[in-house]
Design a protein around this ligand. Structure first.
Ligand code: ITT
Length: 197
């Protein structure tokens, strides 16, 4: 069975590939479908954006698609950046710009609680097959810690670990992260579909 991963983010793609290893699937990326129209992520929930990415990509490519949309929700910022995590510091910002903006906005705040949430959606050209969520709690550190990972990894300390995601080996993050929880909940459905194929 072919499965197209509907993301333009190479860091997410490599985590998703690792999570799907072991299932009898031919994993394809958007690199193999350069002609597909861009999906506009204009929903105000991670579920809405993930569903839109998965379904529109499935319709245009004609094959099953998996998409994830991830948000970082910081309590002291009223839930920001939330679903707008990619462009928190502006239209063409870098991962580092986003981290520095979060650290700056939190510099005098004692409450550093945050949630990372991923919605994973599996869709066929004729409709959505499954939507699953992965949520983890943690806190935003006062400085960048660690050099693994991407995005907000070096400022998000996962509860119960005493470490930021960026201080963990990639394999460990990919066992316990928000994305791992959402994707692991989709895996049984993908395994069934792959067996039927
Ligand atoms: P696609 O929509 O093409 O999949 P994206 O980069 O826009 O790519 P998301 O909307 O899911 O992906 O994620 C928004 C941002 O949140 C992303 O650009 C990163 O900065 C951050 N992010 C996502 N997953 C993360 C993770 O596991 N660790 C740290 N930061 C993450």
């Amino acid at each position: 069975m072919k499965l197209l991963i509907a993301t333009h983010n190479r860091d997410k793609l490599s985590e998703i590939r690792a999570l799907l290893a072991g299932i009898k699937l031919e994993i394809l990326s958007l690199d193999e479908y350069p002609e597909l129209p861009e999906v506009v992520e204009d929903r105000d929930t991670i579920e809405g954006n993930a569903a839109k990415k998965a379904l529109e990509t499935a319709i245009h490519s004609g094959i099953c698609c998996l998409a994830d949309d991830t948000g970082l929700f910081i309590d002291a910022l009223g839930g920001a950046p939330g679903v707008y995590a990619a462009r928190f510091a502006g239209e063409s910002c870098t991962y580092r710009d986003n981290r520095l903006k979060a650290l700056d906005l939190l510099k005098d705040k004692a409450d550093r609680k945050a949630l990372f949430k991923t919605a994973a959606v599996l869709a066929a050209p004729d409709g959505i097959i499954a939507i699953r969520q992965g949520v983890v709690t943690g806190k935003i550190t006062t400085q960048e810690l660690g050099d693994q990972g991407f995005g907000y990894d070096s400022i998000f300390e996962l509860d119960g670990t005493g470490k930021t995601y960026a201080q963990m080996d990639a394999e460990i993050k990919n066992e316990i992260s928000h994305r791992a929880l959402a994707l692991k909940a989709i895996l049984p459905i993908l395994k069934t579909l792959a067996q039927l194929d």
